[in-house]
Ligand binder design. Structure first.
Ligand code: SF4
Ligand code: SF4
Length: 159
């Protein structure tokens, strides 16, 4: 008799059908969506900076006020499955976006590996390069724009 192959929930359950716990577990905890973003007024293109929201614990990549985040930070966005068609503003390595676009999770994902060691080993969280937004004048934020190449940040000059 051939044993039935076990398929993990992210391969069998669409994002919009996941339980709250499954949905939360798709987040790989990279912290990238907590970096400040700038938007071009003309093209509406979104640019990420290496400036972290002041409520992000940069070492752990955890929000310090997760349960009350939207009351504390007006610009904080809670991701929900009914926004799936708007996921293109997320970093292209964000696991929600990757799963939505490719139907697969990356091979370093904590759900695939069983822990976060591989993503930490590969330097895929913002802890290695983010700095507190409050340490830089807002008029200088443009000089902190980055782009990700294979998940790693590089300075990006938009001029
Ligand atoms: S970018 Fe995506 S995977 Fe990374 S912390 Fe934000 S929601 Fe989670
Ligand atoms: S309030 Fe928390 S979840 Fe929201 S952007 Fe800031 S650190 Fe991220």
């Amino acid at each position: 008799m051939i044993a039935k192959r076990y398929e993990p929930f992210w391969k069998t359950t669409p994002l919009e059908k996941m339980s709250p716990a499954e949905w939360e577990s798709i987040c790989d905890g990279c912290g990238k969506c907590c970096l400040q973003k700038l938007q071009d007024d003309d093209t509406e293109e979104v640019f990420y900076t290496n400036l972290a929201c002041h409520q992000l614990n940069i070492t752990s990549c955890q929000c310090k006020v997760y349960d009350t985040r939207q009351a504390k930070v007006a610009s904080c966005i809670t991701l929900t499955a009914d926004q799936i068609d708007q996921f293109q503003w997320l970093p292209d390595t964000c696991s929600y976006r990757v799963l939505y676009e490719t139907k697969e999770l990356p091979n370093w994902h904590p759900l695939v590996v069983g822990n976060d060691k591989e993503m930490l080993r590969q330097g895929l969280t913002v802890r290695h390069y983010a700095i507190n937004e409050q340490s830089v004048d807002e008029e200088d934020w443009e000089t902190h724009i980055i782009k990700w190449v294979h998940g790693m940040p590089e300075p990006y000059d938009i001029t």
